[in-house]
Design a protein around this ligand. Structure first.
Ligand SMILES: [Zn+2]
Length: 275
């Protein structure tokens, strides 16, 4: 299984990572997190993301009878949303997203996929304009790419990534100021360590980036994901119909924020206590 080599500067005294040093390979993986749809993040983290109530929202869609949905494909769109950047990410050394890219679906009716008005769907079962389900699978061959033609960064630059996820080119980073920022007074307490980052670590990092202020320390030193730290015994279950009410009330942004950060989103929004 592919891994990426990552160099860590560790403060032994405080048992924390001060910063990591890596090349394009690892930073591309970090940046790729920004391209993931929320449904993908929840799915990859096996509904254990603890990102507010998003896990419950995802579960609500999973459990919703298809008869309440516009089409059966709607469920797949919500549970397995596709990323616009999936082609760019498919050759990352370690790709967080595990969906097969380069696939489309078309209508089985011949007249619907020829000519200028042909239609395709990224999701199986979406309804064609003729009323049929677009479920005929298409997959195009992977084009040969140079190593430089994947990911987001170019060249062979080295990057420094602090434990609060500030990413900067090593050439313009002052390590002394980073040591000061993280309160390192004695350089004798510093130690260089090399870790191998595979898919398991990438998913732990994805989770940590959402919830922790010290993701590298949590994943590589304390071997802990934020999931293990988050309370899981709170009530106030979410149901889709309630979310619809919130959106209809013109409170979409408040709702989204609440789902991400609050433990009692409806009470907090409607009682106006935590806007
Ligand atoms: Zn059709």
């Amino acid at each position: 299984m592919a891994t990426i080599r990552l160099k860590l500067l560790v403060d032994r005294e405080k048992n924390r990572v001060v910063f990591a040093e890596s090349d394009k390979e690892f930073v591309d993986v970090l940046f790729s997190f920004l391209t993931l749809p929320m449904g993908t993040i929840i799915r990859l983290l096996n509904k254990q993301s603890s990102v507010g109530w998003m896990d419950k929202l995802y579960e609500s869609v999973e459990n919703l009878d298809a008869k309440y949905l516009e089409t059966e494909a709607c469920k797949m769109m919500l549970l397995q949303p596709r990323s616009e950047a999936e082609i760019l990410c498919e050759d990352l050394r370690v790709n967080a997203d595990d969906l097969e890219p380069r696939r489309l679906y078309r209508c089985p009716a011949f007249g619907c996929f020829i000519g200028d008005s042909r239609a395709f769907s990224s999701i199986s079962g979406a309804r064609c304009r003729c009323g049929r389900a677009m479920d005929k699978f298409l997959c195009w061959d992977k084009q040969k790419k140079d190593a430089k033609d994947y990911g987001f960064l170019k060249g062979a630059a080295t990057f420094v990534i602090s434990d609060d996820l500030h990413v900067s080119p090593a050439a313009v980073t002052n390590p002394i100021s980073l040591l000061e920022k993280f309160g390192v007074k004695d350089v004798d307490t510093l130690e260089e360590r090399v870790v191998q980052v595979g898919r398991k670590e990438v998913l732990c990092l994805l989770n940590s980036l959402l919830l922790s202020k010290t993701p590298f320390t949590d994943v590589f030193l304390r071997k802990r994901t934020p999931v293990q730290d988050v309370l899981s015994s709170i009530g106030n279950f979410l149901h889709v119909k309630h979310v619809s009410c919130l959106l209809a009330a013109g409170q979409a942004l408040s709702s989204l924020k609440s789902l991400l950060v609050l433990k009692t989103p409806f009470r907090d929004i409607f009682s106006q206590k935590k806007r």
